[in-house]
Design a binder for this molecule. Structure first.
Ligand code: ATP
Length: 301
């Protein structure tokens, strides 16, 4: 179990993370999303024991995140993972397995199986000659050489084509199904929706909200209705040859219907607009965004 209590990280005088607290249970997948500069990478590096918090505590299974014992149970995938270009995946992964004192036969077996699962061919080709997607797969394989219980992944599918992204999403899900605890950040919200048990949305160094997707939607999102009329009614916007007004309940909808009839027209269509993770994200990332007709978390469905 990962427990983060009042995490704060300053760089010089700049506060990158402030007052972050959350808990991730064993076997859970926890996603951290938020705009650029929100503090995701800083949080993940602190979780992986690579950054010393300015204050606050992080424990993994009751032990400090930066302890030697914890590091052995942990796999970290940085956002950018420069690899040793002249090495092959096999020699590179063996090198890391040696750092973890994994016996050679165990390491070779594990590396072979991981690369099989990741469908990585050309295992003896120089890393420098590999595509970005192949290199990312090798970096993921590196995070698994010590067979860790806890995985901390920073933007695992960043910059990859849709096919490789899908592959990595599925792979993340498999790792979770094996009972590993996973904390990851992503800008790809589909990845987060597909894989995470719980999600935290960060902004300006703080966790603004946290919960399962249904919880976030019900707490922060609001279902509204787009009502289309054949004539202009108050607060409606023209859309093609008809008009659209957003309402929140049936009373308002009836009022729009009557307004349309009064003006010699009629109500033509009603669409339910459910909250979405993207809408919630946009709402949190820019709470005062101008001209937002949609309520928090709403996208048309
Ligand atoms: P992105 O989505 O762009 O990767 P992020 O949410 O991961 O962003 P962080 O990388 O954690 O954000 O950065 C949080 C803030 O801290 C940013 O304003 C960043 O400029 C700042 N920051 C990060 N690392 C350092 C550093 N080593 N020195 C000074 N400021 C830093």
């Amino acid at each position: 179990m990962i427990e983060v209590c009042d995490l704060r990280k300053e760089y010089g005088g700049f506060v990158a993370v402030e007052g972050s607290s959350f808990r991730v249970d064993r076997g859970e997948v926890f996603g951290i999303i938020g705009p650029n500069g929100a503090g995701k990478t800083t949080t993940l590096k602190a979780l992986a024991g690579l950054l010393e918090p300015t204050s606050g505590t992080i424990t993994i299974d009751g032990k400090r995140a930066d302890s030697r014992e914890t590091r052995r149970l942990l796999g970290f995938l940085p956002e950018e993972s420069p690899l040793y270009e002249e090495m092959s995946p096999r020699s590179y992964l063996r090198f890391f397995a040696d750092l973890y004192d994994v016996p050679r036969d165990v390491a070779d077996d594990r590396i072979g199986r991981t690369l099989d699962r990741l469908e990585l061919a050309h295992r003896d080709r120089a890393l420098g000659d590999m595509s970005k997607g192949m290199k990312r797969k090798v970096a993921i394989a590196r995070s698994l050489v010590n067979d860790p219980d806890v995985l901390i992944y920073d933007e695992p599918a960043s910059g990859l084509d849709p096919l490789t992204t899908k592959y990595i999403i599925e792979f993340t899900r498999e790792l979770a199904a094996e009972g590993r605890t996973i904390v990851f950040s992503a800008h790809n919200l589909y990845h987060v929706e597909e894989v995470c048990d719980r999600i935290a949305i960060m902004n300006e160094g703080r966790i603004v909200t946290e919960g399962s997707l249904p919880e976030l939607k019900s707490t922060h999102g609001e279902t509204v209705y787009h009502v289309f009329t054949t004539v202009e009614v108050p607060d409606a916007t023209a859309e093609g040859d008809r008009y659209r007004r957003t309402v929140e309940d049936m009373d308002e909808l009836d009022a729009v219907r009557e307004a349309a009839i009064d003006r010699g027209g009629r109500l033509e269509d009603v669409r339910t607009v459910e909250p979405s993770l993207e809408g919630l994200f946009l709402d949190v990332a820019s709470p005062e965004r101008p001209g937002g007709e949609k309520p928090p978390g709403a996208t048309e469905g």
